[in-house]
Design a protein around this ligand. Sequence first.
Ligand code: FEO
Length: 396
Amino acid sequence: MEKIVKIVDGVYYVGVNDRDTHLFENIWPLPKGVSYNSYLLVDERTALVDTVKLCKLSPYLEKIGQVLNGRQLDYLVVNHMEPDHSGALAAIVQAYPGVKIVGNKKTVDFIRAMYQVEANFYEVEDGDELDLGQRKLKFYLTPMVHWPETMMTYETTAGIIFSGDAFGGFGSLDGGVFDDEVDVTYYEHEIRRYYSNIVGKFGPMVQKALQKLSALEIRVVCPTHGPVWRTNPGRIISSYDRWSRYVYDEGVVIAYGTMYGSTEKMADFIARVLADEGIRNVRVMNTSAVHESFIINEIWRFKGVIFGSCTYNNWIYPPLENVIINLAHKGLPNRVFGVFGSYGWSGGGVKGILEYLKKNNWQLVGEPVEVQFSAKAADFERLRKLALEMARAVKS
Ligand code: FEO
């Protein structure tokens, strides 16, 4: 029997870890796994907040049964309908037939469309409350963080926000559940990778949600992924605030595509010049070897980006093009960028990058450098100038 983790008296963590799924949303690698967090409140009435992905149903039901200890489940609060949280919804309705499903109008529409479940719905609007006995839940609609039906649930006595995807991140919970039980730095990169790739597109909506929450006294942040923040909830809230305002640090990401090393050699040369100029955060990333989500994660953090491409079919090298397309979907503004690349008999890589990035409204730094097959002395001089201008741009 698993040891159940208590958030506060009467509020329990009943989430599960998933170390089997390789790709979140079938796109994003999960080298450290992921947790699907769910919470159970036991009061005069009982309420489950969000469920888990269906693949983890059995251990999940076991935990719920253990906490309820024979009691009925009165409410299932659905903050978010993406199947990593709603996957077990139908099974919960089946296991606890009297349960009322709490959600907003869109939630109910989505439940019907996704699962064809007809249950006892308890529809709420922004600011509505639900009395559990000693505790009250208050609902805040936070659309597009991450889907249109998304809402957050605030427990008013202990000051717990059940925040859905917001404030969450990749990484399974390996024993420790709370921020004070784990090395937070272990999770930091995975939390930002989750934010930048999953929620990042909706920065303005995250800002709206943060404004809505700003009047609340938040003592515990219970997201649907990653650690529960009870000792330093301000840390994760301020990180989300920074990322959703597109705040950057000093640093440069050099993302390149190379077939036989010529473009990589240029990338390394630029990196060395940047280091000479005192730029401590330089990330040289091979787009063929590193999944785009890790590259986008670094670009979310730093002000400068330099793309380097060999020419492939008269165009950008495909793995690099994929990064650029995905970045454009995220709508990340206010970065400065440089471009370099190589070609054999006709160009296309550099030209392609410039065409894409026109749409991003980023500021071009220095002159693009394109060389035939491999960089010669004069080309390295042009690369040096590009690196110097980038160093100046990210320091300013
Ligand atoms: Fe964790 Fe949008 O689902």
